[in-house]
Design a protein around this ligand. Structure first.
Ligand SMILES: [Fe+2]
Length: 435
């Protein structure tokens, strides 16, 4: 590919990338299309997977009206927990096994969609839970084949899970989250209705907004796909395949939207222009990371989620300890990018420029600081916690956080420079506070 120096071919490196996408429908009010879309897929009885809060919401009422109007039969499972675990996935699996379903609708945030994807796998292809997760925690077995037809309907503007074949689940015995990746769990359709975000509290828009922002920067600064080894079979090409021209396209636009609308979308629930734009940015960033993979901020966030203690977040009705995913990601991001910039300085500067930083006088040596400073500026403007210390960690936790993080091999390998345990300790130590 001659369009960009970053993708210069290497002798043993990949020379090909693959893009996978669901059919995408986007627009305010499009949840009303749900029933007709389910019916058009020949689904007789659909499983609707959601959580308790959505189940009682106007969004669920709209979904029900649409399904009823189309004459689609359905059963509802609303016991999804935020930060899904192996046990909560198995609860959903039993619901699918018992319900005689031939299609699935997920209505909710990343926890709902990720649970639905994993539960469909275990319902169709029963196995011990670690079977389909990546080593060293899982056995790395491929999902054997298709699961139920799936229409994913996100209700938050950050996860991008509706656009990916990835499911992130908490494995309680291993003290971490881990990724199940398969093209078979890519939803068949994504029905993205920004009206679902009208009722989101400010803290939820902030957390999910930083999640999408980090998806986009991580994709833009990820190791180039040409720097991953060639694969033996086209079917073995992983979705975490590294930065590529497709992921670039969507990451850049997602960052431009985040620059223009993140602060506005957090500040004012009535600002439909901002909230609709953030929903589009989340979709774009999902298209990017679903075909590229994230790197250190996400890999490092999983340890943060599991090792945190005694903390709650305003606007989230979840018992302590709880740090929302987007916040657990962004709290290490500035420190990560200060470290990774040396591996791809131009890319970090371009990402910072898309995010609104003034890079005209910046040299390559400044790249990490420039992107970190812009993220910190946005964190302060949206009243995010000031680093890991603000959610209960202390400097002495850096070693345990690093040990947890280093198990995320593929994501760590997707960073633009080699990262060892000492580097990880340094990154966590640098993420304790920013101002
Ligand atoms: Fe994320």
């Amino acid at each position: 590919m001659g369009c960009c120096q970053y993708f210069t071919p290497t002798e043993k490196g990949a020379d090909t990338f693959t893009v996978d996408m669901p059919r995408l429908t986007f627009g305010r009010g499009c949840l009303a299309e749900l029933g007709e879309r389910v019916k058009a897929r020949g689904v007789r009885r659909a499983a609707v997977i959601t959580d308790r809060f959505i189940a009682g919401s106007e969004h669920m009422a709209r979904a029900r009206r649409s399904l009823d109007a189309a004459g689609v039969d359905y059963g509802v499972f609303d016991e999804i927990r935020i930060e899904p675990s192996d046990t909560s996935v198995m609860d959903a699996t039993r619901f699918l096994e018992d319900g005689d379903f031939d299609g699935l609708i997920s209505l909710g945030g990343g926890s709902v969609m990720d649970t639905a994807k994993a539960a469909m796998v275990y319902a169709r292809y029963p196995a011990t839970f670690s079977t389909y997760f990546a080593p060293p925690i899982g056995d790395g077995a491929a999902v054997p084949g298709p699961v139920l037809p799936h229409i994913a309907c996100p209700t938050t503007s950050g996860t991008g899970s509706e656009m990916t074949g990835l499911s992130v689940i908490r494995l309680m015995d291993h003290d971490t989250k881990f990724v199940l990746a398969s093209r078979y769990i890519l939803p068949d359709e994504a029905l993205v209705d920004p009206a679902c975000t009208d009722t989101l509290p400010a803290r939820v828009v902030a957390s999910t907004g930083f999640d999408l922002l980090s998806h986009a920067i991580e994709c833009y600064t990820a190791r180039a796909y040409t720097h991953w080894d060639k694969i033996a079979s086209p079917l073995a090409r992983p979705m975490i395949q590294g930065a590529n021209p497709w992921s670039d396209l969507h990451a850049r636009e997602a960052l431009r939207i985040a620059d223009a609308y993140l602060v506005r979308g957090v500040a004012d629930a009535a600002d439909h222009e901002a909230r609709d734009s953030l929903m589009w940015a989340a979709t774009l960033a999902g298209m990017a990371f679903g075909n590229c993979g994230t790197h250190l901020p996400h890999a490092f966030s999983y340890g943060v989620t599991h090792l945190m203690h005694d903390v709650v977040t305003k606007d989230y009705p979840v018992p302590s300890p709880f740090v929302p995913h987007g916040i657990s990601v962004i709290l290490t991001s500035p420190s990560v990018f200060r470290f990774t910039a040396a591996g791809a300085p131009e890319r970090h500067l371009e990402a910072a420029a898309c995010l609104g930083a003034d890079t005209r006088e910046a040299r390559n040596a400044d790249a990490g600081e420039v992107v970190a400073a812009r993220i910190v500026e946005l964190m302060r403007a949206t009243e995010l916690p000031n680093g890991l210390q603000a959610v209960g960690f202390a400097g002495g936790d850096a070693e345990a956080l690093a040990d947890s993080a280093m198990r995320q091999r593929r994501a760590i390998g997707n960073a633009p420079r080699e990262t060892n345990r000492d580097d990880a300790v340094g990154i966590f130590s640098g993420a304790m506070s920013y101002w």
